[in-house]
Design a protein around this ligand. Structure first.
Ligand code: TSJ
Length: 650
């Protein structure tokens, strides 16, 4: 063998060895997909998109891409397009293969080449495009670079052909298209447009100036949403507070950088009592908080107290405002970008890097202090809001000490109007809150007494949004609901004491019914939130039509997008010759007798109920403000979009 041949031989062997290793690497991903993407459920399926999109975001943060487009293709495959530099296609010395091929075939290879800048985004599990490749039946990449389009394709992570040039181009960028493997994603391979859109909007908020879109190309669902916020997280705060009253117009915004760690904070106070502080590290929502939040909170409390004292708004004898006081009504978004983030906690969504406390504290303190000095009117409003909160806190504590002794909410005082069920099994028990005495009467006689309880309520219950705690507790309708549920109130609230694990709101399908339902939902949201979070809350769905032959009702039609089609089909079914069935339209629960109410709305075998879910506290807060607000149109849209009807046996 010549010297040259020997070298070639050695090279070939090396190449084979590396190829085998590559296969082993990606085979491991297919063997244990959960280790790399968290799960193979709906979550994991969507996670694939973020693994790919994160790369384009990095390119945008590095200053080379400005537009990212995500497409759900008609077959539920995904395409991601950016206008960055394009993944390098040159042959790497180490592997002898084009860089782009390595990106898709070697585990953890993403972003390791090219030098310079660090990866800012990157999923929770810190893996990359090769994992997506391994878990896709098919993946292809098109790199527009140096006037050429470079193309390569893979099947379940295995290269089909060498990288090839398939055409000319006058732009640069990367396009990746992949089809998740149904052998891996056994639960579902169907993408959820709204789930993707929600996160894409969040990415647009978190990366100011970024232009990012999501398009659904599936038949009958075609739609596109574009997101672009020059205001970044300031726009995020404005968005969260959209339906709320605020105490000053423009959110306070600060940004800074120290030791390679960048910190941004945007905040604004609402006139309400709820605190919405959301934090992010490298674009990941740190649900469990962490060192950045800690630094922010400490700074906020200290700066407000310092300002209040030096301006003699807080006197020497006064106690300091607590963190809780200072955060009442606050909406804030904190976003840090760290070259080496440490994620801790149960769900790995708590930032652990200890140096971030001081950095966030310092950067935010300086800017916030300056803001207060330059905006004395706003500063005074902030301090006064904190003082009001502290007074309310002290008063509430006193009131609690009194009510704890005898709140009147003990189960021994079950309200007279409650028609309770006989079973003590909370898991199967259902409490129907029924509007009006007449419907309440039908529900009482139509129900299954073993596990269904009825609580009739009358008229408009108190609007809890605007009432104080003692007024709420004095309201009879509200008291009977709390007593019946058995969960206690306020600080003593205990969801595990719920006497019913289904709380069903049954109101008329008219404007008054919608109003009462909204008030009840707000009450539950504000004061029984754990019940909502546990998924115990439902909205009954009485039918809209009955199809009658003679005096006998043959079929009921439930409300929904296809109600008219359903009705026409039912009419056709019961038409014999020239004798047509008649249609009864139900406007209220009162139009049904007890038997009909049971059949159509209460019988678990036949009824339809919508479960009320709270996806995300901030989102829910926004929705409820919207429901309570004066704008009718968004409210109607919300009800139409979110009352997800299900025929499951609930
Ligand atoms: F990772 C991936 F393949 F999944 C993927 C990467 C998917 C998508 C949709 C885009 C990208 C991507 C990668 N967009 N832009 C880039 N940029 C680079 O990889 C790149 C380009 C040039 C240089 C350089 O130093 O010249 C360095 C890098 C990392």
């Amino acid at each position: 063998m010549t010297e040259e041949n020997k070298n070639l031989e050695a090279l070939a062997q090396e190449y084979d060895a590396s190829q085998i290793q590559v296969l082993e690497g990606l085979e491991a991903v297919r063997m244990r997909p959960g280790m790399y993407i968290g799960s193979t459920s709906k979550e994991g399926l969507h996670h694939l998109v973020w693994e790919i999109v994160d790369n384009s975001i990095d390119e945008a943060l590095a200053g080379f891409a400005s537009q990212i487009d995500v497409f759900i293709e008609p077959d539920n495959s995904i395409t991601v397009v950016d206008d960055g530099r394009g993944i390098p296609v040159d042959i790497q010395e180490k592997t002898g293969r084009p860089a782009v091929e390595t990106v898709f075939t070697v585990l953890h290879a993403g972003g390791k080449f090219g030098g310079g800048g660090y990866k800012v985004s990157g999923g929770l599990h810190g893996v990359g495009s090769s994992v997506v490749n391994a878990l896709s039946t098919q993946l292809d990449v098109r790199v527009h670079k140096n006037g050429q389009i470079h193309y390569q394709e893979y099947r379940r992570g295995v290269v089909v052909d060498d990288l090839e040039v398939i055409g000319k181009t006058d732009r640069t960028g990367t396009t990746v298209h992949f089809t998740p493997d149904p052998e891996i994603f056994t639960e579902t391979t169907e993408y959820d447009f709204f789930k993707l859109a929600k996160r894409i909007q969040e990415l647009a908020f978190l990366n100011k100036g970024l232009k990012i879109s999501i398009s659904d190309k599936r038949e009958g669902h075609e739609q596109r949403k574009d997101f672009h916020y020059e205001g970044g997280i300031t726009s995020y705060v404005e968005y969260i507070n959209e339906n709320k009253d605020v105490i000053f117009e423009h959110p306070i915004y600060t940004d800074g950088e120290m030791d390679g760690i960048s910190v941004e904070v945007a905040m604004q106070y609402t006139t309400g009592y709820h605190e919405t502080v959301m934090s992010f590290a490298n674009n990941i929502h740190t649900h469990e908080g962490g060192t950045h939040e800690q630094g922010f909170r400490t700074a906020l409390t200290r700066v407000v107290n310092d300002y209040a004292r030096s301006n003699n708004i807080l006197k020497e004898k006064d106690d300091n405002l607590t963190g809780e006081d200072v955060r009442e009504g606050l909406t804030a978004v904190i976003s840090v970008k760290h070259p080496n983030p440490q994620f801790e906690g149960q769900t790995k969504t708590k930032l652990g890097n200890s140096e971030v406390v001081k950095i966030t504290n310092r950067l935010f303190s300086d800017a916030f202090q300056r803001f207060l000095l330059e905006n004395p009117q706003t500063a005074r409003k902030i301090v006064e809001k904190g003082i009001l909160a502290s007074k309310a806190r002290i008063a509430a504590k006193r009131a609690r000490e009194v009510t704890r002794k005898k709140s009147g909410l003990e189960i021994s005082n079950l309200p007279g109007k409650l028609a309770d069920c006989s079973s003590n099994n909370a898991e199967m028990n259902e409490l129907f809150i029924v509007e009006g005495d007449s419907a309440g009467g039908s529900a009482k006689s139509g129900r299954n007494r073993e596990y269904q309880a009825i609580l009739p309520i009358r008229g408009k219950i108190l609007n809890v949004e605007k009432a104080t705690m003692d007024k709420i507790l004095a309201n009879e309708e509200i008291r009977s609901l709390f007593t019946a549920m058995g969960t206690g109130f306020g600080a003593d609230f205990d969801v595990s004491k719920a006497r019913y694990q289904k709380l069903v709101i049954m109101t008329d399908a008219d404007v008054d019914g919608a109003h009462i339902r909204t008030l009840l939902l707000t009450l539950i949201y504000r004061f029984m939130r754990p019940v909502l979070e546990a998924g115990y809350v439902y909205i009954a769905q009485p039918p809209i039509y009955g199809v009658k032959v003679g005096s006998e009702i043959k079929e009921y039609i439930q409300p929904g997008a296809d109600q008219e089609t359903q009705l026409q089909e039912a009419l056709a079914r019961y038409t014999v010759g020239r004798s047509k069935p008649t249609v009864q339209r139900y406007k209220g629960l009162g139009e049904m007798d007890d038997h009909q109410l049971w059949e159509t709305t209460m019988d678990p075998e036949r009824r339809l109920m919508a479960r009320v879910s709270v996806d995300d506290a901030a989102e829910a807060d926004k929705i409820f403000d919207m429901l309570m607000g004066d704008k009718v149109e968004p409210r109607r849209e919300f009800i139409e979009e979110n009352a997800v009807y299900s025929t499951l046996d609930i």
